[in-house]
Design a protein around this ligand. Structure first.
Ligand code: ATP
Ligand code: MG
Length: 552
């Protein structure tokens, strides 16, 4: 596996060398208000791999200080997605478990004259805040005495006031060029049931206050976050300094920003993913078309392929956009030599080999992976009736390039015999329903027969032993952006053909396949067994094709 190497690693090394710290502690801090997506994988892998590179540790911390949107379902989902990716957090913490300590720090700031209770409404606060070009205005409540602030803040905590009636604000600088420093709100009132705290608290700390404190309490050395927090860093440092973290803990955390990962034709915003699920445009967060980790897993991506993909995108202080196709490439690289390569026919047409004895089934040797002998071999059935892909047959050979079956044309059925098509049966509409063929018993695979060259090699599945299967093929959820649709809302740019279902067969050897077993179906692509499989019918999701479809 690729090793992590980026500008943050350099900073960490310097901090260790200078003796500023003696070990690396990072954290991954998701809000439990959605399932994780592939963008989060960048944050996860960066935090965990960097800590691992220095024998450090990484905490999982649920940033659950925003009670309205949080849910146990997402907490569980995040824990299991992390485990699947192969990461085991040193600790699982909840931001809400620090409410008491966070409250004490707020008191500390009030006592130092650095925070005040404000009666302005949300709208008034925004109005007073000013703009990029205009300085803000002081709130008329800014100069309340320490005693009054302490009393009011305690009353806020005790539930005396209604939602939005008061806030606690940091007293910094209403004319700062950085709007985040214009007396940011530190606490708001919300009478709401918290998924862990119940109704114990009705005041909730804001991210900009809670986050640096949580990092401090956990001894985080490097607090990595995406680029949009860039201009929050001064506030982060303000909180750390004024809450006297270094004095109390002997060290302090530092925020470092990195670029977000974007993927072509892939929307990762939680709002959008939720809208897709709520409007039933997809079957759930784990629909194989979703860019969620649970969706990608069900689609057949492996944890290693996701990790290698993320590491291959590098990391810098700018947001980056990567072609969706490179995730497919990472999957192919991962599975090429690892997976079995069984035969599957996704759009079948039956071939009857008229000169093969009726009732006879023979078993032929077939390597499990032509490129990796270590995976051994198996026996595949062959008889008078086989299925081949409809697209592997055409009545009249159109030209020299056609290297498959046609009337009077001979091909090798891979690992079996040469067959030649002799006639077809059709329905009223003229569709071919059956192919009659003959075979040459001298041409059994492995017999050393090489007198003539077949017109190509095609694969097959023997009919009497074949297992019925459903194949789910996917295209991107979103249509490519064009001149006409570029201003449309994402929901109006949905690809109507993002899923196609095919009914076909797989060979007998897959009878005991389990959910999440990966395969390369010969001449077709990578597939994974879906949880919807039943005793009557197996279901496979196509992860990606065998070759890059990326068009230059
Ligand atoms: P929201 O703004 O809805 O909270 P979020 O993407 O910030 O969405 P979080 O749960 O807060 O969601 O994310 C946890 C961590 O994952 C954050 O540090 C965030 O910066 C990081 N992250 C999320 N999306 C990406 C992305 N596309 N690329 C890199 N990091 C990301
Ligand atoms: Mg966030």
């Amino acid at each position: 596996m690729a090793e992590i190497n980026n500008f943050i690693k350099t900073i960490m090394q310097q901090d260790l060398d200078s003796g500023a710290i003696d070990s690396i502690i990072t954290r991954f801090p998701p809000e439990p208000n959605a399932y994780l997506h592939i963008g989060h994988a960048r944050a996860i892998i960066t935090n965990f791999e960097l800590a691992k590179a220095f024998n450090g540790k990484t905490n999982l911390r649920f940033d659950d200080t925003n009670p309205a949107k949080e849910d146990q379902e997402f907490v569980d989902g995040i824990i299991s997605d992390l485990a699947w990716l192969g990461y085991n957090p040193a600790n699982v913490f909840y931001g809400s478990d620090y409410f008491e300590k966070t409250y004490e720090k707020a008191i500390m700031l009030i006592k130092k004259g650095l925070a005040y209770v404000d009666d302005l409404t949300q709208e008034e606060i925004s109005k007073y805040r000013g703009t990029l070009n205009e300085p803000g205005k002081n709130s008329p409540y800014r100069d309340r005495s320490v005693e009054e602030n302490l009393k009011l803040f305690e009353e806020m905590k005790n539930g005396k006031y209604k939602d939005g009636e008061k806030t606690l604000r940091a007293k910094i600088d209403m004319s700062s060029p950085n709007i985040n420093m214009r007396d940011p709100v530190m606490y708001r009132i919300l009478h709401i049931n918290h998924h862990r705290q119940g109704t114990k608290w009705c005041i909730f700390p804001m991210y900009d206050f809670a986050h640096p404190l949580q990092d401090s309490f956990e001894g985080i050395t490097h607090s990595l976050c995406s680029l949009e927090y860039d201009n929050h860093r001064v506030l982060y440092d303000w909180v750390v300094e004024n809450c006297e973290i270094e004095k109390e803990y002997g060290k302090r955390p530092h925020q470092i920003e990195f670029g977000r990962l974007n993927i072509t034709n892939t929307i990762m915003s939680k709002r959008y993913l939720r809208a897709l699920v709520d409007s039933k445009k997809v079957s759930g967060y784990d629909d194989p078309r979703m860019p969620t980790l649970c969706g990608l897993r069900r689609r057949g991506f492996t944890a290693d392929s996701i990790r290698n993909f993320i590491l291959s995108t590098g990391l810098s202080r700018v947001n980056s956009t990567v072609e969706a196709d490179s995730l497919d490439e990472a999957l192919r690289d991962d599975l090429k030599l690892k997976t079995l390569r069984p035969n599957a026919i996704i759009d079948p047409i039956k071939v009857i080999i008229d000169n093969y004895p009726e009732g006879k089934v023979e078993y032929l040797d077939c390597p499990n992976n032509q490129e990796n002998e270590e995976l051994g071999s198996r026996k595949i059935a062959f008889s008078r009736e086989v299925y081949i892909e409809r697209e592997d047959f055409i009545e009249q050979k159109p030209n020299k390039k056609w290297k498959r079956l046609a009337l009077d044309v001979e091909v090798r059925l891979m690992h079996a015999y040469f067959i030649k098509a002799v006639s077809v049966e059709k329905d009223e509409l003229g569709n071919i329903t059956l192919i009659h063929a003959t075979y040459d018993p001298e041409t059994r695979s492995g017999s050393g027969f090489d007198l003539r060259k077949p017109n190509g090699n095609i694969h097959f599945v023997e009919a009497s032993t074949a297992i019925k299967a459903e194949f789910r093929l996917f295209e991107p959820l979103l249509l490519d952006e064009t001149e006409e649709n570029k201003d449309l809302d994402f929901m109006d740019r949905l690809n109507p053909n993002s899923i196609t279902i095919k009914e076909g067969f797989v060979e007998e050897s897959l009878k005991d396949t389990k959910e999440l077993d990966h395969y390369q179906f010969i001449r077709n692509g990578y597939y994974v067994t879906d949880k919807d499989s039943t005793n009557e019918k197996l279901v496979f999701n196509r992860t990606c094709g065998l070759k890059s479809s990326f068009k230059l």
